[in-house]
Design a protein around this ligand. Structure first.
Ligand SMILES: Cc1ncc(COP(=O)(O)O)c(C=O)c1O
Length: 400
């Protein structure tokens, strides 16, 4: 009996590497005890939500006896939330924005799905620099689109502008960047983005179906050492910024994100009408009402970036001591490090598992020979893994 569709069946059979490692982790934890296993696989922000969220929840509790306080709302979100978001994003993106140019979505993931549903035709291509957030392929595939990963420059994972330009075809509909990046932690420079936008402007000249420059930026607030995350909306009239409060307010389960459309986009009203319709017909209907009110109250606050920076520094020190090479992440909460010795990334993750350390092979993000670590866990767990990293790296080198 075929109880599910062939496409979903195929995806299930090729379980993602993150999922496989997650399952290996459950087994290891059952066998050795959860507190002995150092799990660096999942990017689930562990810090509590900012205090503004708790205070706002307390206030909201006193208002929910009003009719429709938790009812349906306009598909694009609460007017007051869109208004506040527009003011906030106008400062962040350095362009004038009105509430009409902002749509509140179910996280950045919901925003990406709404955008793809709105603009993609079956067979359209979405170009993204690789290594990349693996869900992008599924999101594009949901609407018949095809992800076209383009290798980034090594060893620092900066954009390969020539390769990105060369990947543009008649079917290209979106160029999708993610900065600060999951999995590499790279933050793209203003001049790289400007050069990319200039190439897209040339490709878009006279084109009936424009290529959108889309920036997925749920880690925008999380940049270290004074590194600036340049805004995307001033760079191209066909740009869309997508973000969320999953990480900045530690609100990932509340599913609040946004889409903001460049104020200089031709026919922006048509795109926005499509986005708002798709927010509805994809079944999201609207983003969660409590989450929108919480974001409205807490907008501008962020969790303590210093905590993440200190964890990054701890992890960097441990990896260096183990003789493992990596570009120092400038943002987000991931390391994408080079596998030492001559073993491959799956074999190295196996050696790490023998030391009760869980990491995801780089091939899970489109680049074998590397492995990804997250650092959204207590610094004590990171420090506890030091000896295990050293032993696994020594064993990998001994095999090489
Ligand atoms: C690069 C990237 N984009 C989008 C998302 C989706 O985040 P959310 O939908 O919670 O905003 C994630 C989550 O980890 C991510 O890493």
């Amino acid at each position: 009996m075929q109880v599910i569709g062939t496409e979903v069946s195929r995806i299930l059979q090729n379980a993602s590497w993150i999922r496989r490692m997650f399952e290996a982790g459950i087994e290891l934890k059952q066998k050795h005890g959860a507190d002995r296993v150092c799990d660096f696989t999942l990017g689930n922000p562990d810090l509590p939500p900012v205090p503004e969220v708790g205070r706002a929840l307390g206030r909201l509790a006193g208002t929910v006896d009003q009719p429709l306080s938790l009812g349906y709302m306009p598909n694009a979100g609460l007017t007051s939330t869109r208004q506040r978001l527009a003011e906030y994003l106008a400062r962040e993106q350095q362009v004038p924005l009105t509430a009409q140019q902002v749509v509140v979505t179910c996280g950045a993931a919901g925003g990406l799905n709404v955008l793809f549903r709105t603009v993609l035709e079956p067979g359209d291509e979405v170009i993204c620099p690789s290594p990349y957030f693996v869900e992008y392929g599924f999101y594009a595939g949901n609407y018949g689109g095809k992800l076209v990963p383009v290798a980034s420059r090594l060893p620092d994972f900066r954009l390969d502008l020539q390769a990105l330009s060369a990947a543009i075809t008649d079917r290209t509909r979106v160029v999708l960047i993610d900065s600060p990046n999951n999995p590499t932690g790279v933050v793209y420079h203003q001049d790289e983005l400007q050069a990319l936008a200039a190439r897209l402007a040339r490709a878009n000249a006279g084109r009936e179906r424009p290529i959108y420059l889309v920036s997925d930026e749920p880690y925008r607030f999380l940049a270290y050492d004074g590194v600036a995350v340049p805004p995307i909306l001033p760079l191209s009239p066909f740009s869309v910024a997508i973000g969320s409060f999953s990480k900045s307010l530690s609100l990932a389960g509340e599913r609040i994100g946004y889409l903001a459309v460049s104020p200089s986009m031709p026919q922006a009203d048509e795109l926005l009408a499509g986005l708002i319709l798709c927010n509805r017909i994809l079944g999201y209907v609207n983003a969660p009402v409590l989450g929108q009110r919480l974001v409205e109250a807490a907008l501008g606050a962020t969790v303590d970036v210093g905590i993440y920076r200190s964890r990054r520094d701890a992890m960097a020190e441990i990896l260096r001591h183990a003789g493992i090479e990596f570009p120092l992440p400038q943002g987000a909460f991931y390391f994408f490090a080079k596998v030492p010795g001559r073993v491959d990334d799956v074999q190295f993750c196996q050696l790490l598992q023998e030391e009760l350390i869980l990491a995801v092979p780089g091939r899970g993000f489109g680049l074998p020979g590397y492995f990804r670590l997250t650092y959204c866990m207590d610094e004590a767990i990171i420090r506890r893994a030091a000896q295990g990293f050293r032993k696994a790296a020594d064993r990998a080198r001994a095999k090489g």
